[in-house]
Design a protein. Structure first.
Ligand SMILES: Cc1cc2nc3c(=O)[nH]c(=O)nc-3n(C[C@H](O)[C@H](O)[C@H](O)COP(=O)(O)OP(=O)(O)OC[C@H]3O[C@@H](n4cnc5c(N)ncnc54)[C@H](O)[C@@H]3O)c2cc1C
Length: 464
Protein backbone atom coordinates (compact mmCIF):
# COMPACT_ATOMS: atom_id res chain seq x y z
CA UNK A 1 0.00 0.00 0.00
CA UNK A 2 1.41 3.40 -0.96
CA UNK A 3 1.55 6.27 1.50
CA UNK A 4 -0.02 9.49 0.23
CA UNK A 5 2.48 11.71 -1.53
CA UNK A 6 3.47 14.73 0.55
CA UNK A 7 5.94 17.46 -0.37
CA UNK A 8 7.72 17.20 2.99
CA UNK A 9 8.64 13.53 2.46
CA UNK A 10 12.02 13.35 0.76
CA UNK A 11 13.04 10.22 -1.15
CA UNK A 12 16.54 9.12 -2.05
CA UNK A 13 15.62 8.53 -5.67
CA UNK A 14 12.71 9.49 -7.89
CA UNK A 15 12.16 7.41 -11.02
CA UNK A 16 9.86 8.74 -13.72
CA UNK A 17 8.05 6.07 -15.72
CA UNK A 18 6.92 2.54 -14.84
CA UNK A 19 8.17 0.52 -17.81
CA UNK A 20 11.06 -1.92 -17.89
CA UNK A 21 13.73 0.78 -17.50
CA UNK A 22 11.92 2.49 -14.63
CA UNK A 23 11.33 -0.72 -12.71
CA UNK A 24 14.86 -1.94 -13.20
CA UNK A 25 16.36 1.38 -12.07
CA UNK A 26 14.06 1.39 -9.05
CA UNK A 27 15.02 -2.15 -8.07
CA UNK A 28 18.74 -1.44 -8.45
CA UNK A 29 18.51 1.67 -6.25
CA UNK A 30 16.31 -0.09 -3.68
CA UNK A 31 18.73 -3.04 -3.54
CA UNK A 32 21.35 -0.55 -2.35
CA UNK A 33 19.04 0.42 0.48
CA UNK A 34 17.72 3.66 -1.01
CA UNK A 35 14.12 4.84 -0.71
CA UNK A 36 12.61 5.08 -4.16
CA UNK A 37 9.52 6.71 -5.59
CA UNK A 38 8.29 5.66 -9.03
CA UNK A 39 5.91 8.09 -10.69
CA UNK A 40 3.80 6.94 -13.62
CA UNK A 41 1.81 9.40 -15.66
CA UNK A 42 -0.87 6.96 -16.86
CA UNK A 43 -3.42 5.29 -14.60
CA UNK A 44 -1.80 1.96 -15.46
CA UNK A 45 1.83 0.90 -15.48
CA UNK A 46 3.81 -0.74 -18.26
CA UNK A 47 4.18 1.77 -21.10
CA UNK A 48 5.51 0.33 -24.35
CA UNK A 49 7.03 -2.53 -22.40
CA UNK A 50 3.59 -3.99 -21.74
CA UNK A 51 2.73 -3.82 -25.44
CA UNK A 52 6.02 -5.26 -26.66
CA UNK A 53 6.71 -8.58 -28.33
CA UNK A 54 8.80 -9.52 -25.30
CA UNK A 55 11.98 -10.28 -27.28
CA UNK A 56 15.35 -9.83 -25.61
CA UNK A 57 18.63 -9.92 -27.54
CA UNK A 58 20.97 -12.09 -25.48
CA UNK A 59 23.95 -14.16 -26.63
CA UNK A 60 25.46 -17.41 -25.38
CA UNK A 61 22.36 -18.50 -23.44
CA UNK A 62 21.16 -21.92 -22.30
CA UNK A 63 18.25 -21.69 -24.74
CA UNK A 64 20.63 -21.05 -27.64
CA UNK A 65 22.92 -23.89 -26.58
CA UNK A 66 19.92 -26.24 -26.41
CA UNK A 67 19.26 -25.41 -30.06
CA UNK A 68 22.93 -25.60 -31.08
CA UNK A 69 22.98 -21.91 -31.91
CA UNK A 70 26.55 -20.66 -31.75
CA UNK A 71 26.55 -17.12 -30.40
CA UNK A 72 28.79 -15.05 -28.15
CA UNK A 73 29.70 -11.54 -27.07
CA UNK A 74 32.00 -10.96 -30.03
CA UNK A 75 29.33 -11.80 -32.60
CA UNK A 76 26.74 -9.76 -30.71
CA UNK A 77 29.09 -6.78 -30.60
CA UNK A 78 29.80 -7.00 -34.33
CA UNK A 79 26.11 -7.35 -35.18
CA UNK A 80 25.20 -4.38 -33.00
CA UNK A 81 27.84 -2.20 -34.62
CA UNK A 82 26.81 -3.29 -38.10
CA UNK A 83 23.12 -2.73 -37.46
CA UNK A 84 23.87 0.70 -36.04
CA UNK A 85 25.84 1.62 -39.16
CA UNK A 86 28.90 2.07 -36.90
CA UNK A 87 27.28 5.31 -35.75
CA UNK A 88 26.38 3.87 -32.35
CA UNK A 89 28.48 4.73 -29.31
CA UNK A 90 31.12 2.01 -28.94
CA UNK A 91 31.27 2.45 -25.19
CA UNK A 92 27.51 1.94 -24.80
CA UNK A 93 27.53 -1.06 -27.14
CA UNK A 94 30.43 -2.62 -25.24
CA UNK A 95 28.64 -1.99 -21.95
CA UNK A 96 25.53 -3.78 -23.23
CA UNK A 97 27.61 -6.71 -24.46
CA UNK A 98 29.60 -6.96 -21.23
CA UNK A 99 26.47 -7.02 -19.10
CA UNK A 100 23.98 -8.91 -21.23
CA UNK A 101 24.82 -12.31 -19.72
CA UNK A 102 24.35 -10.94 -16.19
CA UNK A 103 21.06 -9.30 -17.23
CA UNK A 104 19.87 -12.61 -18.68
CA UNK A 105 20.82 -14.46 -15.49
CA UNK A 106 19.14 -11.80 -13.35
CA UNK A 107 15.87 -12.16 -15.24
CA UNK A 108 16.11 -15.93 -14.99
CA UNK A 109 16.74 -15.61 -11.25
CA UNK A 110 13.45 -13.74 -10.99
CA UNK A 111 11.69 -16.69 -12.57
CA UNK A 112 11.44 -15.23 -16.06
CA UNK A 113 11.62 -17.90 -18.74
CA UNK A 114 12.13 -17.59 -22.47
CA UNK A 115 9.77 -19.69 -24.54
CA UNK A 116 11.58 -19.49 -27.87
CA UNK A 117 14.71 -18.20 -29.56
CA UNK A 118 14.24 -16.91 -33.09
CA UNK A 119 16.28 -14.97 -35.59
CA UNK A 120 15.06 -11.49 -36.27
CA UNK A 121 15.99 -8.09 -37.52
CA UNK A 122 19.70 -7.30 -37.38
CA UNK A 123 20.80 -10.70 -36.06
CA UNK A 124 23.21 -12.98 -37.87
CA UNK A 125 22.09 -15.88 -35.64
CA UNK A 126 18.88 -16.59 -33.72
CA UNK A 127 19.06 -14.55 -30.49
CA UNK A 128 15.57 -13.09 -29.93
CA UNK A 129 14.58 -14.64 -26.59
CA UNK A 130 10.82 -14.36 -26.18
CA UNK A 131 9.05 -13.91 -22.88
CA UNK A 132 5.63 -12.67 -21.84
CA UNK A 133 6.10 -8.93 -21.20
CA UNK A 134 3.07 -8.60 -18.94
CA UNK A 135 4.25 -11.44 -16.74
CA UNK A 136 7.68 -9.85 -16.67
CA UNK A 137 6.22 -6.50 -15.60
CA UNK A 138 4.12 -8.12 -12.89
CA UNK A 139 7.21 -9.83 -11.58
CA UNK A 140 9.26 -6.61 -11.61
CA UNK A 141 6.47 -4.74 -9.86
CA UNK A 142 6.36 -7.47 -7.23
CA UNK A 143 10.11 -7.09 -6.66
CA UNK A 144 9.87 -3.28 -6.52
CA UNK A 145 7.15 -3.42 -3.89
CA UNK A 146 8.48 -6.39 -1.95
CA UNK A 147 11.41 -4.73 -0.19
CA UNK A 148 9.12 -1.94 1.04
CA UNK A 149 11.68 0.61 -0.12
CA UNK A 150 9.90 1.70 -3.28
CA UNK A 151 6.49 3.18 -3.87
CA UNK A 152 4.75 3.30 -7.21
CA UNK A 153 2.22 6.04 -7.85
CA UNK A 154 0.17 6.03 -11.04
CA UNK A 155 -1.75 8.97 -12.45
CA UNK A 156 1.18 11.26 -11.56
CA UNK A 157 2.64 13.12 -14.47
CA UNK A 158 6.04 14.69 -13.94
CA UNK A 159 6.06 18.17 -15.42
CA UNK A 160 9.40 19.71 -14.63
CA UNK A 161 12.74 18.88 -13.06
CA UNK A 162 13.74 20.86 -10.01
CA UNK A 163 17.34 21.88 -9.26
CA UNK A 164 18.88 22.72 -5.91
CA UNK A 165 20.89 25.85 -5.25
CA UNK A 166 24.03 24.11 -6.56
CA UNK A 167 22.37 23.27 -9.83
CA UNK A 168 21.91 19.54 -9.20
CA UNK A 169 18.63 17.94 -10.18
CA UNK A 170 16.99 17.25 -6.86
CA UNK A 171 13.32 16.70 -7.50
CA UNK A 172 10.36 17.05 -9.72
CA UNK A 173 7.12 18.96 -10.01
CA UNK A 174 4.22 16.68 -10.77
CA UNK A 175 0.55 16.79 -11.50
CA UNK A 176 -1.44 14.09 -9.70
CA UNK A 177 -4.73 13.34 -7.98
CA UNK A 178 -3.99 15.98 -5.34
CA UNK A 179 -2.98 18.60 -7.87
CA UNK A 180 0.49 20.00 -8.37
CA UNK A 181 3.29 19.46 -5.93
CA UNK A 182 7.06 19.39 -5.85
CA UNK A 183 8.85 16.36 -4.44
CA UNK A 184 12.51 16.13 -3.60
CA UNK A 185 15.11 13.37 -3.97
CA UNK A 186 18.54 13.35 -2.29
CA UNK A 187 20.31 11.35 -4.98
CA UNK A 188 18.51 12.63 -8.03
CA UNK A 189 16.01 11.68 -10.68
CA UNK A 190 16.01 8.86 -13.25
CA UNK A 191 14.12 9.59 -16.44
CA UNK A 192 12.58 6.37 -17.71
CA UNK A 193 9.73 8.02 -19.54
CA UNK A 194 10.05 6.11 -22.82
CA UNK A 195 10.19 7.53 -26.31
CA UNK A 196 8.20 10.08 -28.28
CA UNK A 197 6.28 7.94 -30.75
CA UNK A 198 3.05 9.51 -29.43
CA UNK A 199 4.17 13.11 -29.89
CA UNK A 200 3.17 14.58 -33.27
CA UNK A 201 5.14 17.76 -32.45
CA UNK A 202 8.44 16.00 -31.72
CA UNK A 203 7.99 13.65 -34.68
CA UNK A 204 7.40 16.64 -36.88
CA UNK A 205 10.70 18.15 -35.72
CA UNK A 206 12.89 15.02 -35.71
CA UNK A 207 11.25 12.54 -38.08
CA UNK A 208 8.76 14.23 -40.41
CA UNK A 209 9.13 11.38 -42.91
CA UNK A 210 7.25 9.14 -40.44
CA UNK A 211 3.98 11.04 -40.91
CA UNK A 212 2.35 8.17 -42.85
CA UNK A 213 3.33 5.50 -40.31
CA UNK A 214 0.82 4.22 -37.74
CA UNK A 215 1.64 5.97 -34.42
CA UNK A 216 2.07 3.35 -31.70
CA UNK A 217 3.82 2.64 -28.41
CA UNK A 218 2.64 3.38 -24.86
CA UNK A 219 0.00 6.08 -24.69
CA UNK A 220 2.15 8.12 -22.33
CA UNK A 221 5.17 8.12 -24.63
CA UNK A 222 4.99 11.72 -25.72
CA UNK A 223 8.59 12.65 -25.02
CA UNK A 224 8.02 14.30 -21.62
CA UNK A 225 11.37 13.19 -20.21
CA UNK A 226 13.14 14.32 -23.32
CA UNK A 227 11.62 17.80 -23.07
CA UNK A 228 12.33 18.10 -19.34
CA UNK A 229 15.99 17.26 -19.84
CA UNK A 230 16.24 19.30 -23.01
CA UNK A 231 15.14 22.32 -21.01
CA UNK A 232 18.22 21.79 -18.82
CA UNK A 233 20.51 21.68 -21.84
CA UNK A 234 20.75 17.89 -22.29
CA UNK A 235 22.50 16.57 -25.36
CA UNK A 236 20.59 14.45 -27.86
CA UNK A 237 21.78 11.41 -29.84
CA UNK A 238 20.47 9.65 -32.95
CA UNK A 239 17.34 11.79 -33.07
CA UNK A 240 17.03 11.56 -36.84
CA UNK A 241 17.34 7.78 -36.80
CA UNK A 242 13.66 7.21 -36.08
CA UNK A 243 12.32 4.34 -38.13
CA UNK A 244 9.09 2.46 -38.20
CA UNK A 245 8.64 -1.29 -38.28
CA UNK A 246 7.12 -2.85 -41.36
CA UNK A 247 4.39 -5.41 -40.94
CA UNK A 248 1.31 -4.12 -39.11
CA UNK A 249 -2.20 -4.39 -40.45
CA UNK A 250 -3.61 -0.93 -41.34
CA UNK A 251 -6.40 -1.43 -38.77
CA UNK A 252 -4.02 -2.21 -35.90
CA UNK A 253 -5.18 -0.60 -32.67
CA UNK A 254 -3.77 -0.25 -29.18
CA UNK A 255 -6.09 -3.05 -28.03
CA UNK A 256 -4.24 -5.65 -30.06
CA UNK A 257 -0.80 -5.29 -31.55
CA UNK A 258 -0.61 -7.04 -34.87
CA UNK A 259 2.75 -7.41 -36.55
CA UNK A 260 3.54 -10.11 -39.07
CA UNK A 261 6.98 -10.80 -40.49
CA UNK A 262 5.98 -13.49 -43.00
CA UNK A 263 8.78 -12.12 -45.20
CA UNK A 264 11.35 -13.63 -42.82
CA UNK A 265 9.68 -17.00 -43.39
CA UNK A 266 9.77 -16.69 -47.19
CA UNK A 267 7.11 -14.16 -48.24
CA UNK A 268 7.82 -11.28 -50.59
CA UNK A 269 6.43 -7.76 -50.27
CA UNK A 270 4.71 -5.95 -53.15
CA UNK A 271 3.23 -2.48 -53.41
CA UNK A 272 -0.19 -1.51 -54.75
CA UNK A 273 1.26 -1.83 -58.27
CA UNK A 274 2.14 -5.48 -57.66
CA UNK A 275 5.89 -4.70 -57.68
CA UNK A 276 8.51 -5.61 -55.11
CA UNK A 277 10.46 -2.62 -53.84
CA UNK A 278 13.09 -3.93 -51.42
CA UNK A 279 15.25 -6.87 -50.34
CA UNK A 280 12.80 -8.36 -47.84
CA UNK A 281 15.48 -10.08 -45.78
CA UNK A 282 16.69 -6.76 -44.36
CA UNK A 283 15.80 -5.24 -41.01
CA UNK A 284 12.06 -4.57 -40.71
CA UNK A 285 13.06 -0.99 -39.98
CA UNK A 286 14.70 -0.72 -43.42
CA UNK A 287 11.55 -2.28 -44.87
CA UNK A 288 9.46 0.29 -42.97
CA UNK A 289 11.41 3.14 -44.54
CA UNK A 290 11.11 1.61 -47.99
CA UNK A 291 7.37 1.13 -47.57
CA UNK A 292 6.86 4.75 -46.51
CA UNK A 293 8.05 5.70 -50.00
CA UNK A 294 5.42 3.49 -51.72
CA UNK A 295 1.94 4.58 -52.85
CA UNK A 296 -0.33 4.87 -49.78
CA UNK A 297 2.61 3.60 -47.68
CA UNK A 298 1.22 0.09 -47.83
CA UNK A 299 2.75 -3.27 -48.81
CA UNK A 300 1.36 -6.78 -49.16
CA UNK A 301 3.22 -9.76 -47.71
CA UNK A 302 2.62 -12.47 -50.31
CA UNK A 303 3.28 -16.15 -49.62
CA UNK A 304 2.13 -19.59 -50.70
CA UNK A 305 1.27 -22.85 -48.97
CA UNK A 306 4.93 -23.95 -48.76
CA UNK A 307 5.97 -20.77 -46.94
CA UNK A 308 2.82 -21.15 -44.86
CA UNK A 309 4.30 -24.34 -43.38
CA UNK A 310 7.11 -22.25 -41.83
CA UNK A 311 4.57 -20.63 -39.50
CA UNK A 312 5.67 -20.76 -35.87
CA UNK A 313 2.61 -21.31 -33.74
CA UNK A 314 2.53 -19.12 -30.67
CA UNK A 315 5.56 -17.02 -31.64
CA UNK A 316 4.42 -13.41 -32.07
CA UNK A 317 5.20 -12.06 -35.57
CA UNK A 318 5.89 -15.53 -37.02
CA UNK A 319 2.52 -17.18 -36.37
CA UNK A 320 0.77 -17.01 -39.75
CA UNK A 321 -2.35 -18.64 -38.42
CA UNK A 322 -3.16 -15.85 -35.96
CA UNK A 323 -3.92 -13.13 -38.53
CA UNK A 324 -5.73 -15.71 -40.64
CA UNK A 325 -8.02 -16.48 -37.71
CA UNK A 326 -8.60 -12.76 -37.24
CA UNK A 327 -9.68 -12.45 -40.86
CA UNK A 328 -6.72 -10.24 -41.78
CA UNK A 329 -5.19 -12.52 -44.41
CA UNK A 330 -6.59 -12.73 -47.93
CA UNK A 331 -6.38 -16.14 -49.62
CA UNK A 332 -6.95 -17.31 -53.21
CA UNK A 333 -6.22 -20.34 -55.36
CA UNK A 334 -4.53 -18.35 -58.12
CA UNK A 335 -2.27 -15.32 -58.07
CA UNK A 336 -4.67 -13.55 -60.45
CA UNK A 337 -7.57 -14.01 -58.01
CA UNK A 338 -5.38 -12.92 -55.11
CA UNK A 339 -4.40 -9.78 -57.05
CA UNK A 340 -7.99 -8.82 -57.74
CA UNK A 341 -9.01 -9.46 -54.12
CA UNK A 342 -6.39 -6.98 -52.92
CA UNK A 343 -6.95 -4.54 -55.82
CA UNK A 344 -3.48 -4.99 -57.26
CA UNK A 345 -3.08 -5.34 -61.06
CA UNK A 346 -2.77 -9.12 -61.74
CA UNK A 347 -0.26 -8.90 -64.65
CA UNK A 348 2.49 -7.11 -62.71
CA UNK A 349 1.95 -9.31 -59.63
CA UNK A 350 2.29 -12.51 -61.67
CA UNK A 351 5.38 -11.27 -63.49
CA UNK A 352 6.92 -10.03 -60.20
CA UNK A 353 6.51 -13.49 -58.71
CA UNK A 354 7.75 -15.24 -61.89
CA UNK A 355 10.86 -13.13 -61.79
CA UNK A 356 11.37 -13.73 -58.05
CA UNK A 357 10.96 -17.49 -58.51
CA UNK A 358 13.51 -17.47 -61.34
CA UNK A 359 16.00 -15.79 -59.00
CA UNK A 360 15.25 -18.39 -56.29
CA UNK A 361 16.07 -21.09 -58.88
CA UNK A 362 19.33 -19.22 -59.62
CA UNK A 363 18.26 -18.58 -63.21
CA UNK A 364 18.76 -14.85 -62.73
CA UNK A 365 20.00 -12.36 -60.19
CA UNK A 366 17.39 -11.15 -57.72
CA UNK A 367 16.55 -7.57 -58.64
CA UNK A 368 16.94 -6.39 -55.02
CA UNK A 369 19.80 -8.69 -54.12
CA UNK A 370 17.82 -10.87 -51.73
CA UNK A 371 19.95 -13.86 -50.79
CA UNK A 372 18.20 -15.31 -47.73
CA UNK A 373 15.07 -15.28 -45.62
CA UNK A 374 16.35 -13.02 -42.84
CA UNK A 375 19.66 -11.15 -42.85
CA UNK A 376 21.00 -13.47 -45.55
CA UNK A 377 20.21 -16.57 -43.46
CA UNK A 378 17.83 -19.32 -44.69
CA UNK A 379 17.10 -20.68 -48.16
CA UNK A 380 14.66 -18.75 -50.31
CA UNK A 381 11.44 -20.45 -51.30
CA UNK A 382 9.58 -20.21 -54.62
CA UNK A 383 6.08 -18.81 -54.34
CA UNK A 384 4.27 -21.25 -56.58
CA UNK A 385 2.09 -23.68 -54.63
CA UNK A 386 -1.53 -22.65 -54.02
CA UNK A 387 -3.31 -21.44 -52.07
CA UNK A 388 -1.70 -18.00 -52.11
CA UNK A 389 -1.98 -15.53 -49.26
CA UNK A 390 -1.70 -11.75 -48.90
CA UNK A 391 -1.36 -9.82 -45.67
CA UNK A 392 -1.75 -6.03 -46.05
CA UNK A 393 0.73 -4.17 -43.87
CA UNK A 394 1.96 -0.69 -43.08
CA UNK A 395 4.94 0.70 -41.21
CA UNK A 396 4.19 1.12 -37.52
CA UNK A 397 6.03 3.60 -35.37
CA UNK A 398 6.35 1.60 -32.19
CA UNK A 399 9.44 3.16 -30.73
CA UNK A 400 11.88 5.99 -31.17
CA UNK A 401 15.47 4.97 -30.67
CA UNK A 402 17.11 8.38 -30.45
CA UNK A 403 17.09 10.37 -27.24
CA UNK A 404 19.13 11.84 -24.42
CA UNK A 405 22.91 11.67 -24.43
CA UNK A 406 24.16 9.70 -21.43
CA UNK A 407 27.25 7.97 -20.17
CA UNK A 408 27.17 4.19 -19.73
CA UNK A 409 26.01 4.76 -16.14
CA UNK A 410 22.96 6.62 -17.35
CA UNK A 411 24.34 10.02 -16.33
CA UNK A 412 22.69 12.58 -18.62
CA UNK A 413 25.20 14.92 -20.23
CA UNK A 414 24.59 18.35 -21.71
CA UNK A 415 25.16 19.46 -25.28
CA UNK A 416 28.86 19.93 -24.47
CA UNK A 417 29.17 16.47 -22.89
CA UNK A 418 29.25 17.72 -19.28
CA UNK A 419 27.24 15.79 -16.67
CA UNK A 420 23.97 17.34 -15.53
CA UNK A 421 24.37 16.53 -11.85
CA UNK A 422 21.58 14.45 -10.36
CA UNK A 423 19.98 13.61 -13.69
CA UNK A 424 20.00 10.04 -14.99
CA UNK A 425 18.14 8.32 -17.79
CA UNK A 426 17.53 4.80 -19.05
CA UNK A 427 15.49 3.00 -21.67
CA UNK A 428 13.86 4.43 -24.74
CA UNK A 429 14.28 8.03 -23.60
CA UNK A 430 18.02 7.67 -24.25
CA UNK A 431 19.99 7.73 -27.51
CA UNK A 432 23.44 6.67 -28.64
CA UNK A 433 23.21 2.93 -28.18
CA UNK A 434 21.36 1.93 -31.35
CA UNK A 435 22.95 4.29 -33.86
CA UNK A 436 21.24 4.24 -37.27
CA UNK A 437 19.04 1.18 -36.75
CA UNK A 438 17.75 -1.31 -34.23
CA UNK A 439 18.36 -5.00 -33.58
CA UNK A 440 15.27 -6.83 -32.31
CA UNK A 441 15.36 -7.34 -28.59
CA UNK A 442 17.86 -4.63 -27.77
CA UNK A 443 15.34 -2.12 -26.53
CA UNK A 444 14.03 -4.31 -23.74
CA UNK A 445 17.60 -5.49 -23.24
CA UNK A 446 18.91 -1.95 -22.87
CA UNK A 447 16.06 -1.15 -20.49
CA UNK A 448 17.35 -3.80 -18.10
CA UNK A 449 21.08 -3.25 -18.60
CA UNK A 450 21.16 0.54 -18.51
CA UNK A 451 18.25 0.70 -16.06
CA UNK A 452 20.31 -1.22 -13.52
CA UNK A 453 23.33 0.97 -14.20
CA UNK A 454 21.33 4.20 -13.77
CA UNK A 455 19.71 2.91 -10.57
CA UNK A 456 23.11 2.04 -9.14
CA UNK A 457 24.63 5.37 -10.13
CA UNK A 458 21.85 7.53 -8.72
CA UNK A 459 21.83 5.48 -5.51
CA UNK A 460 25.55 6.09 -5.06
CA UNK A 461 24.92 9.84 -4.99
CA UNK A 462 23.23 9.70 -1.63
CA UNK A 463 24.06 8.21 1.70
CA UNK A 464 21.09 6.57 3.36
C1 LIG B 1 4.30 -3.05 -30.16
C2 LIG B 1 5.71 -2.99 -29.68
C3 LIG B 1 6.51 -4.12 -29.74
C4 LIG B 1 7.83 -4.06 -29.27
N1 LIG B 1 8.56 -5.21 -29.22
C5 LIG B 1 9.81 -5.17 -28.70
C6 LIG B 1 10.54 -6.36 -28.51
O1 LIG B 1 10.05 -7.46 -28.72
N2 LIG B 1 11.83 -6.26 -28.04
C7 LIG B 1 12.40 -5.04 -27.74
O2 LIG B 1 13.56 -5.01 -27.32
N3 LIG B 1 11.69 -3.91 -27.87
C8 LIG B 1 10.41 -3.94 -28.32
N4 LIG B 1 9.68 -2.80 -28.41
C9 LIG B 1 10.28 -1.57 -27.88
C10 LIG B 1 10.29 -1.65 -26.36
O3 LIG B 1 9.09 -2.24 -25.89
C11 LIG B 1 10.44 -0.28 -25.73
O4 LIG B 1 11.46 0.44 -26.35
C12 LIG B 1 10.77 -0.45 -24.24
O5 LIG B 1 9.77 -1.23 -23.62
C13 LIG B 1 10.84 0.91 -23.59
O6 LIG B 1 10.94 0.72 -22.20
P1 LIG B 1 11.00 2.00 -21.29
O7 LIG B 1 10.93 1.51 -19.90
O8 LIG B 1 12.09 2.88 -21.69
O9 LIG B 1 9.65 2.80 -21.66
P2 LIG B 1 8.13 2.37 -21.48
O10 LIG B 1 7.96 0.94 -21.26
O11 LIG B 1 7.38 3.00 -22.59
O12 LIG B 1 7.74 3.10 -20.11
C14 LIG B 1 7.77 4.50 -20.02
C15 LIG B 1 6.71 4.93 -19.03
O13 LIG B 1 6.92 6.29 -18.67
C16 LIG B 1 5.65 6.90 -18.52
N5 LIG B 1 5.79 8.36 -18.61
C17 LIG B 1 5.96 9.11 -19.73
N6 LIG B 1 6.02 10.41 -19.40
C18 LIG B 1 5.90 10.48 -18.06
C19 LIG B 1 5.86 11.56 -17.14
N7 LIG B 1 5.93 12.84 -17.54
N8 LIG B 1 5.72 11.30 -15.82
C20 LIG B 1 5.61 10.00 -15.38
N9 LIG B 1 5.60 8.95 -16.22
C21 LIG B 1 5.77 9.19 -17.54
C22 LIG B 1 4.85 6.30 -19.64
O14 LIG B 1 3.46 6.46 -19.45
C23 LIG B 1 5.31 4.84 -19.61
O15 LIG B 1 4.49 4.05 -18.78
C24 LIG B 1 8.36 -2.83 -28.81
C25 LIG B 1 7.55 -1.70 -28.74
C26 LIG B 1 6.22 -1.79 -29.13
C27 LIG B 1 5.34 -0.59 -28.98
Amino acid sequence: MNAELRPDVVFDVIVLGAGIAGYTSAIAAAELGRSVLVLEKEEFVGGSTAMSGGFFAFAGTDEQRAQNIGDDDVLLFDDLRNVGGHANDVELVQFYVDRQAAAYRWLRSLGISFSSVTISSGQSVARSHCTDPKRLLNRLEEVVRSGGLAQIHTGCRALELVRDHQGSVAGVTLDGANGRMTLHARGGVVLATGGFSRSPELLDIFAPEQAAAIPYGGLGNSGDGLRMAWLLGAGLRDMGAVTSTFGSHPDTTIAYHELLTAYYLGAIIVNTQGRRFVDESQSYKVLGDACLRQPDAIGYEIYDSVVRRNSKAGVPVSDLELPERRGRTITADTLEDLASKISVPPGPLVSTIDSYNAAVRNERVDEFGRAGLCNGVGDLIEISTPPFHAYPAKPLLSSTFGGLATTKDGQVVDVCGRPIAGLFAAGEVTGGFHGRAYMTGTSLGKGVIFGRAAGNAVARRCTP
